[in-house]
Design a protein around this ligand. Structure first.
Ligand code: SF4
Length: 233
């Protein structure tokens, strides 16, 4: 598929008065910010509680997520849940979302084969991520893989080089000002985000694709254990 060069972006679909994640989730069902909505079944918005201590940001929904309308419910999501448990993170304190909210794929026969989102999709969808963070107040942000890293940290960040490193959040974001405030009440009053941490690691689907899945899995758990210790510290 040829790379799409422009897209109107999601900003115009975000209600200015949205003050809950549910408001955003409802509005995102009608997003036409890029062409990905046409072939996908539905928008797959983030899930979890606004008070989550850890926010995971992945790439995009997969085939199963697209059918169910929920993030991280396919094979990679199952693996991530196991890794979260093994790392000692509390699954009740987690919010899960993706950098791009529609499934990008190509058809081969009847099969829908995952395609990595282009930069235009990441840029078009980023306003949803910014709007989600405006409702969240995590202590740790976990970036899963290169697409999420591009969305939050910019195109020069290399997960392979910096995985497992605790970075300041939101100071390490590409445009930290986008993530610097959270609303404190329904009247829309905002406050500065207290300092938090960000940690990048591989996407759980990379574990499923790895030649040595045990080694890749152990690496993912080791990185998540650093996130768990940062919460405890
Ligand atoms: S991928 Fe994002 S920007 Fe594109 S249509 Fe879906 S929600 Fe909107």
């Amino acid at each position: 598929m040829a790379e799409t060069e422009t897209a109107p972006g999601a900003q115009q679909f975000i209600p200015p008065q949205a003050d809950t994640l549910d408001d955003l989730r409802a509005a995102a069902t009608g997003c036409r910010g890029c062409e990905l909505y046409r072939a996908a079944s539905q928008t797959v918005f983030g899930r979890g509680d606004a008070s989550a201590r850890v926010v995971f940001v992945g790439e995009q929904p997969g085939d199963m997520e697209d059918q169910k309308g929920l993030p991280f419910v396919g094979p990679a999501g199952r693996l991530l849940r196991r890794a979260v448990d093994d790392a000692g993170l509390d699954p009740g304190h987690i919010y899960l979302t993706n950098a791009v909210k529609h499934f990008r794929f190509e058809l081969r026969g009847k099969r829908r084969i995952h395609q990595t989102p282009d930069r235009v999709h990441i840029t078009a969808c980023r306003p949803w991520l910014v709007a989600e963070f405006a409702q969240l107040n995590p202590e740790v942000v976990v970036v899963l893989g290169a697409t999420a890293a591009k969305a939050l940290l910019g195109p020069t960040f290399r997960v392979t080089r910096q995985r497992g490193e605790l970075l300041p959040w939101p100071a390490s974001a590409q445009h930290p000002e986008d993530f610097q405030q959270v609303p404190v009440d329904s009247a829309g009053r905002t406050t500065d985000v207290p300092p938090a941490r960000l940690l990048a690691t591989i996407h759980p689907s990379a574990v499923l694709r790895a030649d040595n899945q045990d080694v890749a899995y152990d690496g993912l758990v080791a990185d998540l254990t650093i996130a768990a210790r940062a919460l405890a510290g």
